[in-house]
Design a binder for this molecule. Structure first.
Ligand code: BES
Ligand code: ZN
Ligand code: ZN
Length: 492
């Protein structure tokens, strides 16, 4: 979808569809909607009176222009109550518009920015949200289907129209940001939706190498082992698919931020084999790595003024004659030893070496992101990611960045009391407990040991990385969660 910004009146807009809006409960429209309504001899007011247009969030109503406007059809999108409008509602409205445009096969869509008037939003973030919602809403995973049907129709152009010349600069800035964000999120969704036989560690390394403006180092398994990453090695050694420890550096000098993403391209559980029901879903276990990779691409494009390193320990977790076993004791890059209770608690093992790698680079703030625990899905479902850590300021910043981006983060505690459960008789720590309580926190406490004195936050996206049912501007499948939050955090 091509996105452009034009200065001028909505009355001069050509194309298939011109989008205006209505807040819930209004009697007559204002702004650009009123201008369009006048030209349509009051057709929109009529539809409001008759109750067809209610202004409910995401409601769409088509109005034929009968030659009265240059655009073929007008679409009135509902924004909900004016007093309740938010950036996320702007995304939802934009996605509803794109869905309707797809349905009626409108190729060229023009829209005003929603919510910057009565809605009370600043124009730049409102424009950004419009583009994000449009792009995220337009996304579909095409996969490897060879027979294309109607459902493959794509909107060709989104033209954002603004009459006020003074606002154009801000709109363009918001649109640019929204476009980079939208692209990165959708790329991450493609990676996560992609099957594990194609989205391998080698493939992720190739993706990283295609990012411009960054330095990429790909460490193979033999070298990782030599460097002392025994924890990462131990998870990998049971699979034939070559593991890759990928390091992406942006900016010169010591990185301020280190993003560590779990890159398990398929999690069979290892010797602690998972049940076969929905096992295919474990292709999403590299969602953390995908989020980090796409964040790195975005910040390089946006030329942010922060030094950031992305660390992606990528491997499969498979059962095999050479696979690690429950009861094994392994070392790690940090020197700490780990007793393996469950080979299915592999995420924390690859992250442990990733976090230590970040620490050794002198990173001040480490954020790891991982589809770490099924228990996080039980606790928070699929509408909020779990966040925990040792630095409240970093956590608060992430929660706030997530709120603005439309990605909910819910803090879970790292209770001292639970440290006991991970105590091992033969190593410094166990990778899992027998009690099975407080799963997300037990995972977090394990990682905390490796973060040591760095400021660190851990984000569990097990529930949010993949939706079983569409919600708002997100369709079924991979969500690309945390790309938006990370870009927002790093562009502040
Ligand atoms: N990749 C899984 C967690 C997961 C489950 C992500 C469902 C997305 C959907 C992780 O590696 C895992 O297996 N965790 C175990 C930890 C346990 C052994 C301590 C779990 O959640 O059962
Ligand atoms: Zn697992
Ligand atoms: Zn896993």
């Amino acid at each position: 979808m091509k996105i452009k910004v034009s200065e001028g009146s909505v009355l001069n807009v050509k194309g298939d569809l011109l989008v205006v809006n209505a807040f819930e409960g209004i009697k007559k429209p204002g702004g650009a909607t009123a201008v369009v309504d006048k030209k349509l001899s009051g057709a929109i007011i009529e539809l409001i009176k008759s109750g067809e247009i209610t202004g409910k969030l995401g409601e769409v109503n088509l109005v034929h222009t009968q030659g009265k406007l240059l655009a073929k059809q007008v679409l009135v999108v509902g924004l909900g109550k004016a007093g309740e409008f938010t950036l996320d509602r702007a995304r939802i409205a934009a996605a509803a518009v794109v869905a309707e445009a797809k349905r009626i096969k409108a190729k060229k869509v023009a829209s005003i920015v929603h919510g910057a008037g009565v809605g009370g939003l600043d124009i730049k973030p409102a424009a950004q949200a419009l583009v994000e919602g449009g792009m995220l809403g337009a996304y579909r995973y095409n996969g490897y289907i060879t027979v294309k049907d109607d459902s493959f129709f794509e909107v060709e152009e989104l033209n954002i129209v603004e009459q006020d010349a003074k606002k154009i600069g801000q709109i363009k800035a918001g649109v640019r940001l929204g476009q980079v964000v939208g692209e990165s999120v959708n790329n991450a969704r493609d990676l996560v939706n992609g099957p594990a036989n194609r989205v391998t560690p080698t493939y992720l390394a190739a993706c990283a190498k295609k990012i411009t403006g960054v330095k990429v180092k790909v460490i193979g398994l033999a070298e990782a082992r030599k460097m002392g990453m025994e924890s990462f090695y131990s998870v990998s050694k049971g699979s034939k698919e070559p593991a890759k420890f990928i390091v992406i550096r942006y900016g010169k000098g010591k990185p301020e931020y280190g993003l560590v993403g779990k890159g398990v391209t398929f999690d069979a559980g290892g010797i602690s084999l998972k049940p076969s029901r929905k096992l295919w879903e474990m292709k999403i276990d590299m969602s953390g790595a995908a989020a980090v990779l796409e964040t790195m691409r975005a910040i390089s494009k946006l030329k942010v003024r922060k030094n950031v390193v992305g660390i992606l320990p990528c491997t499969e977790n498979m059962p095999d004659g050479e696979a690690q076993k429950p009861g094994d004791v392994v070392g790690s890059l940090s020197g700490k030893t780990i007793e393996i209770i469950s080979t299915d608690a592999e995420g924390r093992m690859v992250l442990a070496d990733g976090i230590t790698y970040a620490r050794k680079l002198g990173v001040k703030k480490i954020i790891d992101v991982a589809t770490l625990t099924g228990a996080c899905i039980s606790a928070l479902g699929d509408a909020a990611s779990g966040i925990m850590g040792n630095d409240q300021q970093l956590i608060d910043q992430l929660v706030e960045a997530g709120r603005e981006s439309g990605e909910k983060l819910w803090q879970l505690p790292l209770l001292e009391e639970y440290k006991d459960y991970s105590k091992s008789k033969v190593a410094d720590i166990k990778n899992a407990t027998e009690q099975g309580m407080a799963g997300p926190s037990i995972g977090g406490l394990f990682l905390q040991l490796f973060a040591e004195n760095a400021a660190w936050a851990h984000i569990d996206i097990a529930g949010t990385a993949f939706l079983g049912k569409e919600r708002g501007y997100l369709s079924y499948g991979a969500t690309g969660v945390m790309v938006r939050t990370f870009i927002n955090l790093l562009t502040r």
